[in-house]
Write a protein that binds this ligand. Structure first.
Ligand code: IPE
Ligand code: IPE
Ligand code: MG
Length: 252
């Protein structure tokens, strides 16, 4: 750990503790480019990306942020070369196994969102184990989007609601935002206040389409493996300078 990171163990003095985002979501992009710049194979970028995520989770805990959601694998990422997909699935499984004890110790409550049934069965088993073991933990809500697609999430919610209507359990007029949200993978988790994307890409890439309706967007050129506490500090500072109007007019 660098000296700078040690200094940032506590919430930086220029941040207002009372105006921190409750929920931060991250599109962890740029692992491949990070590796390429170092002349390394892409998979090593993914490995370093895990270290960056572990550090961000710790940082959220240290600074008092209640929920973190990370985009780990999109429904579109199956289109990558087989070796890369295989490496990622094995990596997720290994990291989960290795980190579970620490997550339990740190009171992390982990959840996975996405179409989990399409994941390798050994990964599904590791996911179930981790979710079960941390279910009642009172600490940070850590959500990992794996085989996640925002459109797919919305469609599966529509199907479930249509089925309930067909069964006569609810009337179409009863479908409101609260009911709809209760059928999303993220049911029970507040919408992200801040959405961070690394590596400079200015797009959402099918992430949390419903939930980011009023999130503040922050895009940095930093590649994901280099996203450290200082980079997060800058993102939070930018967030605290925003005026979240939600369609109303500016205060004062
Ligand atoms: C993000 O990094 C990780 C995943 C999508 C799994 P990338 O692998 O997309 O890295 P770039 O965008 O190719 O640099
Ligand atoms: C988004 O990154 C998905 C994840 C970070 C898991 P991608 O690298 O897949 O996004 P695109 O292809 O640049 O839109
Ligand atoms: Mg990418």
């Amino acid at each position: 750990m660098t000296t700078k990171q040690t200094v940032l163990q506590e919430l930086p003095a220029d941040l207002d503790r009372d105006r921190l985002p409750k929920h931060v979501a991250v599109i962890m992009d740029g692992n491949g480019r990070w590796a390429k710049r170092q002349g390394l194979p892409r998979i090593l970028g993914h490995r370093r990306g895990v270290d960056a995520l572990k550090e961000l989770l710790r940082c959220c805990r240290d600074w008092g942020i209640k929920a973190l959601t990370a985009y780990a694998f999109s429904t579109e990422n199956w289109g990558r070369p087989l070796e890369e997909v295989d490496f990622l699935m094995t990596l997720f499984e290994r990291v989960l196994r290795q980190e579970l004890d620490e997550m339990i110790r740190e009171n992390v409550r982990i959840k996975f969102v996405g179409n989990l049934l399409a994941l390798p069965s050994s990964l599904q088993a590791e996911i179930s184990r981790a979710v079960e073991a941390t279910r009642n933990n009172p600490g940070i809500q850590f959500t990992v989007a794996t085989n996640y697609g925002g459109r797919q999430e919305i469609l599966q919610a529509c199907r479930a609601i249509a089925f309930q209507v067909q069964q006569g359990l609810i009337q179409p007029e009863e479908i409101d935002e609260a009911l709809f949200e209760s059928h999303l993978y993220t049911a029970g988790i507040s919408d992200p206040d801040l959405l961070i994307r690394t590596s400079g890409e200015m797009r959402i890439s099918n992430f949390l389409l419903w939930q980011v309706a009023y999130s503040e967007l922050y895009i940095t050129d930093i590649l994901w493996p280099d996203f450290d506490r200082e980079a997060f500090h800058l993102a939070l500072r930018a967030y605290q300078q925003r005026d979240r109007r939600f369609g109303k007019i500016a205060k004062g």
